[in-house]
Design a protein around this ligand. Structure first.
Ligand code: UTP
Ligand code: MN
Length: 527
């Protein structure tokens, strides 16, 4: 079985010379002259010179074929009859019919094997996206053609489904249904996809960003490293674009799109600017369009910065240095001291990435509660005041708890932002607690981002679950609850829309069980 080239045309197919179609009688391969009727638009210079499409007139009819030919050419595709044909497209033909037709043309089997035999759906999808949809494997000898998504499967595969080998891996659809350990076997692929996800987020294309994140997440669950693209057959969440990138990396060691994105001025500037605490994508993008490229450009510019951004800029270097687990633990000791000083018996829990077993993170997240419901009210200002008095805070902004079950229950639109009493802060961590090599003599402390959240005891299990992450795991938990269980989950509660009531839980295990999910421990939620 041969692995087909990318639609993205890295392999010089022409040079491989797919000969043989010249043997197809000419009358059967009359191709309409280029557009004369004015629609679709006139042919463009070929954008995809390595994809040469042949439209099979059988059952398609001459006039439709002529129309599709003009359409393809107007989109920059080569549609012709020549010995360079790489993709044969048929409509209303079964795989057997196409095969029989090819045999009737007396084209040597070896040649047929190297051409993609595709259904019209491939053609229309490719026209729609303006680029050739990738075809993963072609082999008429196996009567098998696997495409990136089931709707692109060629007629051949549809006919031969039963003869497919079982897929190499099975992976459940929602991230909350599967185990994703921290260490996995496909980092070279996931880093690339995550960079594209990040870049899409910079462009405020959330759908595209989540799609790349999901694709990366699926690869993280695989028990071993992927060697061949065919091994990914049947896996969920791997769209055409992600598959194309993966395939390129597997074959060439790198993806051109990923590398050019990484090098691009816009990506680098957006990365640097959103790396400033208090700066989101919208602000960074506006600055970029105004010519700002680096945080240092802001120092002597006219740009107005809010307090968070000023602090972010001032501590830029520290805040862009990873927080180690040891530093997180040192901060945990301080937060516990503060909490015990103002409310004895209160409990603190390390959440976020560190609870999932990460060795380093961008911030430290803590959840604070007290076993006696109501005792936690008004706790945050006291904790913050204690820390501030000790000179431990470089910046803080506290928001009050705005969650009311009666108000925020099912009647209100679900909000992803939770409404706990929360403090976004920057801690001044003294150097004995920091990793020594990082500290210079003149700078005996390190600025560290810390998020503090106070939860009533009755909501604690939901809060821990919501704050442990990963973000994709949380997103899929909520999606699963809504789509599969007709329930609504957030960091405060679980609402059963069918029974119209809140479901109580005192542990994460209970919440998974209420959702009908197998319990996934925090260390396996690194989706
Ligand atoms: P983080 O952004 O801190 O991510 O959010 P992280 O997984 O700990 O990773 P790093 O190492 O810091 O980068 C922690 C969790 O808190 C939830 C998110 O779901 C995330 O999983 N969270 C965060 C909220 O629920 N609401 C927020 O406003 C922010
Ligand atoms: Mn975190």
């Amino acid at each position: 079985m041969r692995t087909a080239d990318l639609g993205g045309n890295r392999v010089p197919r022409r040079s491989r010379g797919v000969r043989g179609l010249a043997m197809v009688p000419l009358k059967r391969r009359r191709v309409a002259p280029s557009a004369s009727s004015g629609h679709p638009s006139p042919p463009r210079t070929p954008q995809h010179p390595d994809v040469v499409i042949f439209l099979n007139e059988r059952k398609m009819g001459a006039s439709r074929r002529a129309f599709l030919t003009r359409l393809g050419r107007s989109k920059g595709f080569v549609v012709e009859e020549s010995d360079s044909v790489t993709h044969i497209v048929s409509e209303h033909n079964s795989g057997e019919e196409v095969q029989a037709w090819l045999e009737s043309q007396s084209i040597p089997k070896g040649i047929v094997d190297s051409v993609h035999l595709l259904d019209i759906s491939w053609f229309t999808e490719s026209m729609g996206s303006g680029e050739p949809i990738m075809v993963l494997i072609t082999s008429i000898s196996n009567l098998l053609e696997i495409c990136s998504e089931i709707r692109f499967c060629s007629l051949l595969q549809v006919n031969d489904k039963l003869r497919l080998d079982p897929p190499e891996f099975t992976v459940k659809n929602y991230a909350c249904q599967r185990r994703t350990p921290l260490k996995h076997n496909n980092t070279h692929l996931t880093h690339a996809l995550e960079l594209l996800a990040e870049s899409a987020a910079f462009g405020e294309n959330e759908g595209r960003s989540v799609a790349f994140t999901r694709a990366a997440s699926v690869l993280k669950t695989l028990p071993r490293s992927v060697q061949r693209i065919e091994e990914l057959r049947g896996l969920p969440c791997l769209g055409e674009h992600s598959l194309r990138v993966i395939k390129e990396i597997l074959e060439y060691g790198a993806s051109q799109e990923v590398e050019s994105t990484r090098q691009s001025e816009q990506y680098q500037a957006m990365k640097a600017l959103t790396g400033i605490f208090g700066v989101g994508v919208k602000t960074a993008d506006r600055w970029y369009r105004e010519g700002v490229r680096r945080p240092s450009d802001l120092m002597d510019s006219e740009q107005k910065l809010n307090q968070a951004q000023q602090a972010g800029l001032q501590h830029y270097k520290d805040l862009n240095t990873c927080v180690s687990k040891a530093e997180a633990d040192a901060i945990g000791v301080i937060v516990d001291q503060a909490v015990q000083a103002v409310l004895p018996g209160a409990q603190i829990t390390l959440t976020g990435g560190f609870r999932r077993g990460k060795e380093s993170g961008h911030d430290v997240d803590f959840l604070i509660t007290h076993p006696e419901e109501g005792k936690e009210e008004g706790l945050m200002p006291k904790v913050v005041n204690w820390l501030d008095t000790q000179g431990l805070l470089l910046y803080q902004k506290t928001t009050r708890n705005s969650y009311l079950e009666s108000k925020d229950g099912p009647a209100r639109p679900p909000s992803n932002m939770d409404r706990f009493e929360r403090c976004f802060s920057i801690f001044k961590l003294e150097s004995q607690s920091c990793s020594p090599p990082e500290r210079e003599k003149s700078h005996q402390w390190k600025a560290v981002r810390v998020d503090l959240v106070v939860s009533p005891f009755s909501q604690f299990a939901f809060a821990v679950l919501g704050w442990t992450g990963s973000k994709l795991f949380e997103r899929d938990l909520r999606r699963y609850a809504g789509q599969v269980k007709n329930m609504s989950l957030n960091s405060h509660s679980l609402f059963d829309s069918h029974q119209r009531c809140f479901l109580r839980a005192t542990s994460e295990e209970e919440i998974f069980s209420l959702l009908g999910l197998e319990y996934i421990p925090a260390c396996d939620r690194n989706a």
